[in-house]
Design a protein around this ligand. Structure first.
Ligand code: SAH
Ligand code: SF4
Length: 378
């Protein structure tokens, strides 16, 4: 078995190179060749000693993910479907904007949390991605985009862990991948421009704050435990009071002075005036009191099996205004790439011509109230 160099952050690569008898600065050079230059052919790494290059050629590789399909939306959004073997596929999405380029990255094949409104959640959990598989999404996309746009400058300025999977239920693979993204010898993404989105895995939020504090988004979706239990089953394990305390603790480490709360707008379910008021109460006098927060309302992106509907634009606006009037910074997320099913929550790794995945997904029962989540943090 060859060693996949994408499985390492720089520190890990140094340790590996040390085992091969190489000095730390050689690991830095190698890391830059791989991540900054996108080079996977060791023979081309001309400033490394020939003996080292040969050793790498014999024992190591830079393992790209095979592309099953690539779609480009009318708005410039690009979606990749990558093969992660055994009938599993994951998706990554690039969202170009005037002042930034954002890559939305997956952390798991499927997801065990099973949120009602999420296509990945309906698919069930298949397996955790390795560090190399998480990082390969950025490696592949960045160097593809540079070639496409004919530039040697960085194209991806922001990374959001908002693709398929719950990143904090794959913590041990996630952290080295985040570190390589942040590394100046790697992608040089700033902590403020690297966002982990979580459905609220409380103990791992604390660890992230200590190990690798990046911007944090918490998928809230409901102002009360009753409603949140039914939308995000993980709430039964970590209810709102605990979640809010974890947010408060995270703020001591966070690169931004607020937590982003995501709120998926579901027609008639969580988008009424009473829900807005309950949310204001939660944040001003309930468990969320004192947590510095911004709200990001996401119009629900429908998928066939959900049985749910998107709130009307008027309903979304009314909800936003109530929060704003109560003094909360609130934005409404623009839906991008929905013509290619690349919008939030539509990622399912749907592999049309590989019947094992496709049939498993169409046969999967619709779990309106899924069973308690299984945990994959080690
Ligand atoms: N598992 C993590 C990150 C991936 S989901 C989490 O849940 O935070 C990224 C965001 O998309 C989350 O806020 C999620 O709630 C939201 N989302 C999921 N399904 C959606 C859908 N169908 N429409 C709109 N947003 C959705
Ligand atoms: Fe998993 Fe996030 Fe989807 Fe919930 S919204 S099922 S946590 S990917």
């Amino acid at each position: 078995m060859r060693v996949n160099l994408l499985d390492f952050d720089r520190e890990g690569l140094m340790a590996h190179c040390n085992n091969l008898g190489e000095k730390p600065f050689r690991a830095n050079q190698l890391f830059r060749w791989v991540h900054q230059r996108g080079q996977s052919d060791f023979a081309q790494m001309t400033d490394l000693a020939k003996g080292f290059r040969e050793k790498l050629t014999d024992t190591a590789e830079v393992l790209d993910l095979p592309v099953l399909s690539l779609h480009e939306s009318a708005d410039g959004t690009i979606k990749w479907l990558f093969d992660v073997r055994d009938g599993n596929a994951i998706e990554s999405v690039f969202i170009p904007e005037d002042d930034r380029g954002t890559l939305c990255v997956s952390s798991q094949a499927g997801c065990a949390v099973g949120c009602r409104f999420c296509s990945t959640g309906h698919q069930g959990f298949s397996r955790n991605l390795s560090t190399g598989e998480i990082l390969a999404q950025l490696w592949h996309a960045e160097h593809f985009l540079r070639r496409k746009y004919g530039t040697s400058e960085r194209v991806i300025s922001n990374v959001v862990m908002m693709g398929m999977g719950e990143p904090l239920q794959n913590y041990h693979a996630l952290v080295p991948a985040l570190r390589a993204m942040l590394d100046d010898h790697g992608y040089g993404v700033s902590r403020r421009r690297l966002t982990v989105s979580t459905s609220g895995v409380v103990p791992m939020m604390d660890r992230l704050g200590l190990d690798c504090p990046v911007a944090l988004a918490v998928s809230l979706h409901a102002p009360t435990d009753d409603l949140r239990d039914s939308l995000v089953p993980l709430n039964r394990k970590y209810p709102l009071a605990e979640l809010m305390q974890a947010c408060q603790r995270y703020l001591a480490h966070a690169p931004r002075d607020f937590i982003t709360f995501e709120y998926c707008m579901l027609d008639g379910v969580n988008d009424q005036a009473e829900h807005a008021q309950a949310l204001i109460d939660l944040m001003s006098q309930g468990a969320g009191r004192g947590v510095s927060a911004k709200f990001n309302l996401i119009p629900f992106n429908p998928f066939p099996a959900s049985g749910l509907k998107r709130s009307s634009p008027a309903q979304v606006q009314a909800f936003a205004h109530r929060l704003q009037d109560a003094g909360f910074v609130t934005t409404v997320r623009k839906t991008r790439g929905d013509d290619i099913d690349a919008a939030c929550g539509q990622l399912a790794g749907d592999v049309k011509d590989r019947t094992d995945v496709a049939s498993r997904m169409t046969r999967a029962p619709i779990r309106m109230y899924p069973k308690a989540p299984t945990h994959h943090e080690h």
